[in-house]
Design a protein around this ligand. Structure first.
Ligand SMILES: NC(=O)c1ccc[n+]([C@@H]2O[C@H](COP(=O)([O-])OP(=O)(O)OC[C@H]3O[C@@H](n4cnc5c(N)ncnc54)[C@H](OP(=O)(O)O)[C@@H]3O)[C@@H](O)[C@H]2O)c1
Length: 314
């Protein structure tokens, strides 16, 4: 007998998750605030739950994948008011919704108080990858819970990594990795826009852009090791003073081409601030340490505070 599962939330990702469970042969119950998003899944053999409480009650495990933690709170409120009790059926809730670490911990505490074992998951791949080898999901929460449901969660395909007992740990990885992803994508779009202003089509730039992205990937392990070891010397690599000059020229080129330079100007602000704080001879690894300093008080005064950066010419 395949384990019975439920999926709450049928956006593109929730639908892909439900489809993967069905494809793996799990009897799958689904619920979504807007019912018609379940139509295709029902044709493929899913069961409509009728309510969040019915969905929670139907499976040994419920995967919830909605827009944010507030939506999960609203769904839990609905289930509680339906049950008329202060606890919910003690089925495992696997939250596959992206959220910040603090908000995730708060939600985990609420869910556990309601009597549901809680596992958090951050999906690092697009909906189209779910059910294939390309899937990558980072989990955190009780290890025994992960082990208990590992096989069922395997229906999502690819790699499942358990990062530890703290329910917010997967979200900590998620926000850091999404920061990398979206700053890379926005940087790439700026590059395409700048190239286009010089009549360079995106497809002509693409192979060279790919090599630059590969260079970042190649540099990554060494930079990470240097950050963790506290090795910041710029001797033998690019120093921050040299990088600041390079960024100045890129900002100038963006301005000249009338492409908004706000993103690169912010990057340059950070490098200038680190140089002004005495780190001009250091490698880019220093920026991670510099940005990560506790600025709880200085933050009130300046966006890149505690840096000693003076007023900036516009
Ligand atoms: N799509 C991807 O490729 C991808 C990749 C990685 C991670 N993720 C993560 O997966 C999660 C879901 O993403 P998604 O792309 O499927 O769609 P989404 O647009 O982020 O979320 C849509 C889902 O949230 C529900 N929802 C929104 N507000 C609600 C509320 N107040 N009460 C109840 N339900 C509410 C929607 O219900 P209705 O249908 O009724 O509006 C729908 O089921 C997100 O956290 C996203 O970051 C997505």
């Amino acid at each position: 007998m395949m384990e019975q599962v439920s999926v709450i939330g049928l956006g593109p990702m929730g639908r892909a998750i439900a489809m993967a469970f069905l494809a793996a042969g799990h009897p799958t119950t689904v619920w979504n605030r807007t019912a018609d998003k379940a139509d295709e899944l029902l044709k493929r053999g899913a069961t409509w739950a009728g309510s969040p409480l019915a969905a929670l009650d139907a499976g040994t495990l419920t995967a919830v994948c909605v827009i944010d933690a507030d939506a999960i709170d609203a769904i839990l409120d609905q289930a509680i008011s339906e049950s008329g009790q202060h606890t919910l059926p003690a089925r495992t809730l696997v939250n596959l919704t992206s959220e910040g670490p603090a908000r995730t911990r708060e939600l985990a505490a609420r869910v556990e108080k309601l009597g549901l074992p809680y596992l958090d998951g951050s999906i690092m791949t697009p909906a189209a990858a779910i059910g294939t080898d390309a899937t990558r999901v980072l989990y955190s929460g009780p290890a025994d819970l992960f082990d208990r449901h590992r096989q069922v969660l395997g229906a999502l395909g690819g790699v499942a990594v358990h990062l530890g007992a703290d329910p917010g740990r997967a979200a900590s990885f998620d926000v850091a990795l999404l920061n990398l992803f979206w700053s890379s994508i926005t940087g790439l779009m700026h590059s395409f826009a700048l190239a286009a202003r010089h009549q360079v089509p995106a497809t002509a730039l693409a192979p060279h852009a790919r090599q630059m992205a590969q260079l970042v990937a190649d540099l990554l392990p060494g930079l990470a090791a240097n950050i963790d070891n506290g090795s910041f010397s710029g001797a033998g690599s690019s120093s921050l003073t040299s990088i600041a000059a390079s960024l100045e020229h890129i900002v100038h080129a963006l301005d000249e081409a009338r492409v908004p330079a706000t993103v690169m100007r912010s990057a340059k602000d950070v490098v200038d601030s680190a140089v002004a704080a005495g780190h001009g001879g250091d490698s880019p690894a220093r920026l991670a340490e510099f940005l990560g300093r506790d600025r709880s008080e200085e933050h009130l005064r300046s966006p890149v505070a505690g840096s000693g950066s003076g007023p900036r010419a516009s």
